[in-house]
Design a protein around this ligand. Structure first.
Ligand code: SAH
Length: 388
């Protein structure tokens, strides 16, 4: 037998996985540095480099000693998700397609308004909840995003607006966890990422400017109030269980009364008793937009301190619903308004680049069969159109 040197041996050694500092909240970065025999406060310095100055190269963190930078770079790195593309809408909305480990892509959207700029951040690749009117659900589900992949979205937006330069005015003033995914199904990573958003040594956003939106994972919502005080938005979309079961399947597990009681408990945990929940209600033509629905909703919310945000349904390829008419939207709004509610209508933004609510689809390496079924249905519809 020939005795050739084994040239593959080096490649076969498992690559040492470095800790990604991007995803470590203040307490975790402190723990990590302590585990290396360093002082915890070095963690604050590292946080500032990454999240306030936008530095992703450990060797450039010059207030750390050269020795520490070298030893840190051996075991850690700052690894950002990759931006695949960035599109601008005619209305100023910007959408990024971002590739994450495993090849899937997520979408992130920035919505500028007169007095603020809101970044809509994804929490999962796809979504397992399968709400009947949401494009993300049709893509199926791949996995949770890591904390680094969630906070990395804000880092990417900040970089693209040159916000790490202290002379540049802040463009991202608000973050909403309303991109792809159900944030409460990825509890720990979302909570850590939100704590970085609000950390004064990182992005320093106030709790009122960070919003978590949920379709109603009640046990997790109850946990959230114990560890976080971000603003809460609840996706109702229907005023009774019968209709909501069809639109938001998780309602079968956690019905409306439980969901609303849990939102109420969340508010009760906040020291500031003036806080309100935002109720999201996507209006679909002749599905949930009738006067009776508005009246039922009004009665349902009577005991919940809230404001109501009406979202005209945004269609996407293959969606089975239609956008609410102007007349129905106005009537719905007026009924609630006359009952004393604060009602806002979410204007559709960025729909020319498919960046509006519920249009974020990304590229999901689906682990369910849902994407396959959706694609098949789209193809069949094309054939029908062609033949017809
Ligand atoms: N999983 C979270 C975040 C979803 S996106 C949640 O359910 O709250 C944010 C909001 O957009 C939700 O209220 C969602 O129901 C709504 N939405 C989803 N698809 C939509 C569509 N096609 N048109 C309008 N709103 C939509």
């Amino acid at each position: 037998m020939s005795q050739e040197p084994d040239v593959t041996a080096i490649d076969e050694q498992p690559r040492k996985v470095k800790t990604n500092l991007l995803g470590l909240s203040a307490s975790r970065i402190g723990d990590f540095l302590e585990s290396l025999g360093e002082k915890r406060f070095r963690g604050t310095q590292v946080l500032k480099w990454i999240h306030q100055l936008g530095v992703d190269d450990i060797t450039q963190m010059t207030n750390l000693s050269k020795g520490l930078r070298e030893s840190l770079a051996e075991v850690a790195e700052v690894l950002l998700p990759e931006v695949v593309s960035c599109q601008d809408s005619v209305d100023g909305t910007r959408k990024w397609l971002i590739r994450v480990d495993g090849g899937s892509c997520i979408e992130m959207v920035y919505i500028p308004e007169r007095d603020r700029g809101t970044l809509c951040v994804s929490s999962q690749i796809g979504c397992a909840l399968d709400c009947s009117f949401c494009a993300t659900g049709k893509q199926g589900f791949a996995r949770d995003l890591t904390t680094a992949e969630i906070i990395g979205q804000l880092w990417i937006a900040a970089k693209s607006f040159d916000q790490f330069d202290p002379k540049t005015p802040r463009r991202v003033t608000n973050v909403v966890m309303m991109g792809m995914g159900e944030p409460l199904m990825n509890f720990d990573n979302v909570v850590d990422a939100m704590s970085l958003m609000m950390d004064d040594n990182a992005y320093g956003l106030s709790k009122r400017r960070v919003t978590l939106s949920t379709a109603g994972v009640v046990p997790e919502l109850d946990k959230l109030g114990d560890v976080s005080d971000v603003s809460l938005a609840i996706s109702l979309h229907a005023p009774n269980d019968e209709l909501r079961n069809q639109l938001v399947p998780i309602n079968r597990k956690y019905p409306l009364a439980d969901f609303i009681a849990s939102a109420r408990r969340y508010l009760d945990k906040m020291p500031d008793n003036r806080r309100k929940v935002t109720v999201e209600y996507t209006l679909m033509d002749r599905v949930n937009d009738r006067d009776e629905h508005a009246k039922e909703l009004s009665a349902l919310l009577r005991d919940l301190p809230c404001k109501i945000n009406l979202i005209p349904f945004n269609p996407f390829p293959g969606s089975e619903y239609k956008k609410v008419t102007k007349v129905a939207l106005t009537r719905f709004r007026d009924i609630l308004h006359n009952d004393g509610y604060t009602v806002t209508v979410r204007t559709t933004r960025g729909d020319d680049i498919a960046a509006a609510c519920g249009q974020l689809a990304g590229e999901v390496n689906d682990r369910t069969k849902r994407q396959q079924r959706y694609k098949k249905r789209l193809e069949e519809e094309q054939v029908v159109k062609f033949v017809g």
